[in-house]
Design a binder for this molecule. Structure first.
Ligand SMILES: Nc1nc2c(c(=O)[nH]1)N[C@H]1C(S)=C(S)[C@@H](COP(=O)(O)O)O[C@H]1N2
Ligand SMILES: [Mo]
Length: 317
């Protein structure tokens, strides 16, 4: 069955939801004041699961890092999209404690000479601390600056040796209705899938991400491992991934299946191409009152525009 619910949807109507969010947040901040002793950055809580304390992860700044002011830890971890835990922006913050991230494994399969299942220690071994880096990222109609901790996905792909037929990469998130109650609703095709062309996946800006703000990823941000593709709209960055499949044909992706006219396979941040229901010229940086102009490729043109030299970005939106 392919029935999808589109009310306002993931990427729109930020004004109402944002105001609601702000007022609820003030309320929550009051009610968790007693947890302040836990010394979590900027008064935020990682998730409602207080049994898990933030684990520090070391990183250096990379040449791609932004000098812009970072979005507060509390906004980064309370204002999320993770439909496996509900479609409200605060649902992931409230529900993602259900996700069990111990003994997590990612299998890398498909058009590779050396398919392999990685546990999280294997993942962290792919990059020494000096190569774990900070990056910026933008999310559709709103944007945030997040000190992600991750490293280029290419390190993992090189380890499994893509074959000559490798043209695309698909990311598959966990499917488990017990841990992810949002999957009981057919709002998307589960499990959540996303994809990139192989050259996009090999670009050093495509991050395999394991943390933010110097800690392991909070569940609501896609623990224990997710993708971050900073020059594309937020939904391309699949969370809590369990499978990476290298393919010859363009893979399916949940948002494209849900509504191909609105969500293309490429979904590069592009102020010149409107979403069918709204302009994508401007964005609201969380914490700001006024909107700002959205930059082509979210400001990363220097590193990624050559990927699209032969592509009509109006057609391949
Ligand atoms: N598995 C999974 N990954 C997902 C989503 C989702 O619902 N499920 N939402 C996407 C969308 S629409 C956005 S905007 C970003 C949000 O990431 P953040 O909450 O860490 O900012 O995650 C993306 N990855
Ligand atoms: Mo999104």
């Amino acid at each position: 069955m392919r029935k999808h619910i589109f009310t306002t949807d993931i990427c729109s109507s930020e004004i109402t939801s944002r105001t609601l969010f702000e007022s609820r947040r003030r309320w929550i901040q009051g009610s968790v004041a007693s947890l302040a002793a836990l010394a979590i950055p900027e008064g935020g809580v990682e998730s409602r699961d207080v049994s898990k304390f933030p684990v520090p992860i070391d990183a250096n700044k990379s040449k791609f890092s932004s000098d812009e002011e970072q979005t507060s830890y509390s906004d980064v971890t309370r204002y999320n999209n993770f439909y496996e835990f509900g479609t409200g922006k605060e649902d992931p913050f409230e529900q993602a404690y259900r996700l069990k991230t111990d003994a997590w494994k990612i299998q890398v399969i498909g058009e590779v000479s050396r398919p392999k299942t990685f546990d999280m220690d294997d993942v962290l071994r792919l990059a020494p601390i000096e190569e774990r880096i900070y990056r910026l990222r933008c999310v559709e109609a709103w944007s945030m600056v997040i000190p992600w901790l991750g490293f280029p996905l290419s390190k993992l792909l090189n380890a499994v040796q893509p074959t000559g037929n490798a043209r695309f990469v698909q990311f598959v998130s966990l499917y488990d209705e017990e841990q992810m109650p949002g999957q009981k609703s057919p709002v998307l095709d589960w499990p959540y899938t996303e994809g990139l062309r192989i050259d996009e996946a090999m670009n050093p800006l495509t991050l395999l991400t394991v943390g933010l703000y110097g800690e392991v990823l909070p569940n609501q941000n896609g623990a224990p491992v997710r993708i971050v593709v900073p020059w594309k709209y937020g939904f391309k960055s699949a969370k809590s991934i369990v499978t990476i499949r290298v393919t010859e044909k363009q893979p399916s992706s949940s948002w494209n299946l849900a509504n191909p006219k609105e969500y293309g396979f490429y979904s590069n941040v592009n102020p010149n191409v409107s979403h069918p229901r709204w302009s994508q010229r401007r964005e609201r940086r969380i914490g700001d009152f006024l909107k700002r102009d959205t930059l082509m490729f979210n400001g990363y043109s220097e590193w990624v525009e050559s990927l699209y030299r032969n592509l009509d970005l109006t057609k391949h939106f």
